[in-house]
Design a protein around this ligand. Structure first.
Ligand code: ADP
Ligand code: ADP
Length: 228
């Protein structure tokens, strides 16, 4: 399987309880997984552990056959091949759209970079927006640029933390449809965190329901319908 996470646990240093308590799950290539749960249930912490922003107390994580972490291994975040879209600091405000996307493409030739920027802008339907600055874009457009930037280096996995939380309700529905289409077209494996059951149902191939740091339920959206 593409992603294998086993027995993942984590306790914040100033806390007595486990924020993440022995979580195990697997993900297939190209799957979109939603981590759903109430505020404080441990969703963001799971994402931070996958990204490598925290070191787990216990657990192992294998990505496409490569050991990312276990008792003896801890691959640094920038070496994991994981793209991230976080709600708070989506784009660099002093860089235009093109520069924002180029930021993650350091290893390519100039020609390849230019081609890739065009490709991902086409994917998110923002051709011609290269020279715009974030403040010249709508909220939805900013989200799409953030996604283009995360997808550009072709990461093996993309993590999204509450990707719609800053958008108004109408826009949320549109962006959520855009997001699913873009992820599927790019065949990108993605894990996104949400407290919104509608987002989870609309977007995910499978939902991981978290309660008090543990997996409460896991299944396809239709399997979980009607359960709370
Ligand atoms: P969610 O993303 O589901 O809202 P979090 O993963 O942010 O939940 O938080 C899980 C638990 O860990 C909560 O009880 C929260 O208060 C606690 N927590 C989160 N961040 C920290 C931190 N930096 N230090 C201590 N406790 C934290
Ligand atoms: P979307 O549904 O994609 O978020 P909006 O309806 O919010 O788009 O915006 C409509 C148009 O207005 C877009 O083409 C966008 O380029 C333009 N626009 C929105 N905000 C700004 C801004 N601050 N400066 C320049 N153009 C803007």
């Amino acid at each position: 399987m593409f992603i294998d996470i086993q027995d993942l646990s984590f306790t914040y240093s100033n806390s007595l309880t486990k924020a993440v308590n022995c979580i195990s799950f697997t993900i297939e290539k190209g799957e979109v997984i939603s981590i759903l749960g109430r505020s404080g249930s441990g969703k963001s912490t799971i994402l931070r552990l996958i990204a490598g922003l925290e070191m787990p107390d216990e657990g192992s994580f294998t990505l496409n056959g490569k050991k990312i972490m276990d008792d003896r291994t801890f691959i640094q975040p920038e070496k994991r091949g994981i793209g991230m879209v976080f709600q708070d600091y989506a784009l660099f405000p002093h860089m235009n759209v093109e520069e924002n996307i180029l930021f993650g493409l350091s290893k390519m030739s100039r020609k390849d970079k230019k081609r890739r920027v065009n490709e991902v802008l086409e994917l998110v339907e923002l051709e011609g927006f290269e020279k715009r600055y974030p403040h010249q874009l709508s909220g939805g457009q900013q989200q799409r640029v953030a996604l283009a930037r995360a997808i550009a280096p072709e990461p093996e996995l993309i993590l999204l933390d509450e990707p719609f939380s800053n958008l108004d309700a109408d826009l949320q529905v549109k962006i959520r449809e855009d997001l699913r289409r873009i992820l599927k077209k790019a065949n990108t494996t993605a894990v996104f965190v949400t407290h919104n059951i509608n987002d989870a149902h609309a977007l995910a191939d499978r939902i991981l329901k978290i309660k008090d740091g543990k997996i409460d339920k896991i299944g396809r959206p239709c399997d979980l319908l009607g359960s709370t």
